[in-house]
Design a protein around this ligand. Structure first.
Ligand code: TYD
Length: 650
């Protein structure tokens, strides 16, 4: 399908992506430029803090108040028209900001721009499936990149304008706003040229009207009471959002009055926090791989809070820049951890609604924090107490930091799934593992375990399909019998006519495994693939160890020797009552399936014990759930720890 990878192969989607990149870039640049302009139009700390706070508050307000309405509008009007008109109007509004030059108009225009963006986004979202065809996953990745990846670019552009403005005397904010106007005009033309956007929803508009603000909050509270996990995650994420809001609301004033920096410094901070977030989202989960997510979320927020406290007391640009990047990294990590935790806890049927709810709660807390943060800085003002300069902005950042520290601790307390085990131990283990794995493999080793008829092979295939669609190199394999030698061993092992001593059986499984690891698993892991194996060492521990009553330690040593110590990154235990599982099996039972129900019950028990002993590595899923529910839980566990995929061409 041509030279373009993934969804970009579709011409319409390519055009839309360019429009999206331009609009997103415009949005970010607009954010920087409007705050800068607000500060430039007035004089003095107090006036500046009001102006900036006003611009930011009115920028966020439409999303909170109008979000429920716009989705409905977007489903009923011509999408291309919505996008084009919204872009043209935004062109005019951005152009007017520097030309009119009053704070009042700046605030009004900012709010209007926001309303238009709110209309643009659902129209775009609704068009994507038509334009991207069956490449939806890749399309979503690209949209995500376009939306957030443009933030650092905007920061760089604004920084350069800031440096130039010192030379030319032309304020960076003005030039940035003109550029902004240009990007929206260009985006309008671009969208206008896409002919294949269906004008209206081809399916009937969504039946469920999105909740209003009050409903969201009420439902959020009810939801938070539903389980410790949900409460812990919500507390953490809302707190983190609050701290972020304090930074966003005070960033401009902070660079200006505390760091004595200009527009370039502001852009630098903005850029570094975004680069931090992006890296944290992309690599964070992998970096803390092995530490339970329940135990990682709180500390991630805590460290982010620590960075804020540090910034507020050490006002040195270079150090502050570094601290904001670290802050972004941990915030990004916390975001992914929180969403994944919710994703694995919440039932599939209500997942969409839940995430919608979490999103709107986060927006509300961001808005509150921006507004409260700006107001607080303003109220405190600038004083000189003895030898020390007290600046409202620093104090507010300090308070935001303390809030994040508290929230981090709270959420750790609520979520801790191994209370009593000091966190220090996790950290030591993490450092050791990282050292050990640096020389080792770049891939990911995922194993499905469970009794007969648990649906392992189906789930393995479905997981592989998802990972492949996300661009991973995936190898699906199984034990026993994945290699030519293994196939012969398998025949021996499963033939009901074979008589085998328990030790003979254990050795044959081990021999198959040794061959499997050496010729299939390791080579694939070394080239960075995701290997999904249907059964591995734990099957021997359960069937030969518990089932055949061989000493557990000896079976473990045998497998360790056979695999040269290769341990899976993730083990997915599909747990099923053997009475049900065996009934699902079709065909004549093999040698192992012929064993008594009691045998299979012992095996199941051992699997569960193995999982309980290492909760970080295992996910236990009740295989009695619907295949879709099992699949969703499996994907939620594996995707976040998968290595970064290389985009493959289709
Ligand atoms: P298979 O047909 O692959 O079973 P399933 O579809 O349930 O995975 O047969 C593998 C059988 O071998 C299964 O009954 C479990 C048993 N087994 C062991 O006893 N020890 C082991 O180490 C392994 C890998 C499998």
């Amino acid at each position: 399908m041509g030279r373009w990878p993934g969804a970009l192969a579709h011409r319409g989607f390519r055009q839309l992506s360019l429009a999206l990149v331009l609009s997103s870039f415009g949005d970010w640049l607009g954010f920087l430029a409007t705050t800068a302009l607000a500060s430039q139009l007035v004089q003095g700390f107090n006036a500046k803090s009001w102006a900036i706070g006003g611009v930011l508050t009115f920028r966020l307000l439409p999303a909170v108040l109008l979000a429920p309405l716009v989705g409905v509008v977007a489903d009923r009007v011509d999408r291309r028209l919505v996008m084009v008109v919204s872009d043209v109007l935004r062109f005019g509004l951005f152009l007017s900001m520097p030309l009119v030059g009053s704070v009042g108009w700046l605030i009004v225009a900012t709010a209007l721009v926001e309303v238009l963006s709110l209309l643009w986004i659902p129209a775009k979202e609704a068009s994507v499936p038509h334009l991207a065809g069956d490449q939806l996953q890749s399309a979503n990745q690209i949209s995500l990149f376009a939306t957030y990846g443009t933030a650092p670019i905007a920061a760089v552009v604004f920084g350069v304008l800031g440096v130039l403005s010192v030379r030319t005397g032309e304020p960076a904010a003005h030039i940035a706003l003109f550029i902004d106007a240009g990007t929206f005009l260009f985006a309008a033309v671009q969208v206008f040229r896409i002919k294949d956007i269906p004008s209206r929803a081809t399916v009937s508009p969504s039946l469920e009207e999105p909740p209003t603000l009050v409903e969201s909050v009420r439902e959020g509270l009810r939801f938070a009471r539903s389980s410790d996990l949900v409460r812990g995650v919500l507390v953490g994420m809302l707190g983190a959002m609050g701290a972020t809001g304090v930074v966003v609301g005070n960033g401009k004033l902070f660079t200006e009055t505390v760091l004595d920096g200009g527009e370039a410094a502001f852009a630098l901070l903005f850029g570094s926090v975004f680069v931090g977030i992006a890296l944290g989202v992309a690599f964070g989960p992998r970096a803390v791989h092995g530490v339970s997510r329940h135990r990682a979320l709180g500390p991630a927020i805590f460290v982010a809070g620590g960075c804020l406290v540090f910034m507020s007391v050490v006002p040195v640009l270079a150090l502050v820049t570094f601290a904001t990047a670290v802050l972004g990294w941990f915030a990004g990590l916390a975001y992914v951890l929180g969403l994944t935790l919710l994703g694995s806890e919440v039932e599939d049927a209500v997942r969409g609604r839940t995430f919608g709810l979490v999103n709107s709660l986060m927006r509300i807390s961001l808005l509150l924090a921006v507004a409260v943060g700006a107001a607080l800085a303003h109220l405190i003002g600038v004083h000189r107490i003895g030898e020390i300069d007290v600046n409202g902005v620093s104090v507010t950042l300090l308070l935001g930091g303390l809030l994040a520290l508290t929230v981090g601790m709270l959420s750790f307390r609520i979520l801790d799934d191994r209370p009593g085990v000091p966190l220090r131990r996790d950290l030591v283990a993490l450092v050791r593992r990282r050292r050990a794995s640096r020389s080792a493999r770049p891939g990911l080793f995922v194993v499905f375990e469970g009794g007969e008829g648990a649906g392992k092979s189906t789930q393995a295939r479905r997981l592989a399909a998802v990972l492949e669609a996300a661009g991973h190199d995936v190898v699906v394999t199984r034990e026993p019998g994945a290699t030519p030698v293994g196939a012969k061993i398998r025949t021996l092992l499963l033939d009901p006519a074979t008589t085998l001593s328990p030790r003979g059986e254990a050795l044959l499984y081990a021999a198959d495994r040794a061959q499997h690891v050496a010729s299939v698993v390791r080579p694939a892991l070394e080239r960075g693939a995701v290997v999904i194996s249907d059964r591995y060492v734990d099957s021997s521990l359960a069937y030969q160890g518990a089932g055949r009553s061989l000493p557990q330690q000896e079976v473990a040593q045998l497998s360790h020797w056979a695999t040269d110590g290769l341990v899976p990154d993730v083990t997915l235990l599909l747990d099923i009552d053997p009475a049900i599982g065996l009934a699902r099996a079709t065909g004549s039972p093999d040698r192992i399936e012929q064993e008594s129900l009691a045998f299979h019950q012992t095996v199941r028990q051992r699997f569960l014990e193995l999982a309980a002993a290492e909760p970080d590595r295992y996910l236990v899923v009740a295989a009695g759930l619907s295949p879709d529910a099992v699949h969703a839980a499996v994907v939620a566990r594996v995707l976040p720890v998968a290595p970064t995929p290389r985009l493959v061409r289709t």
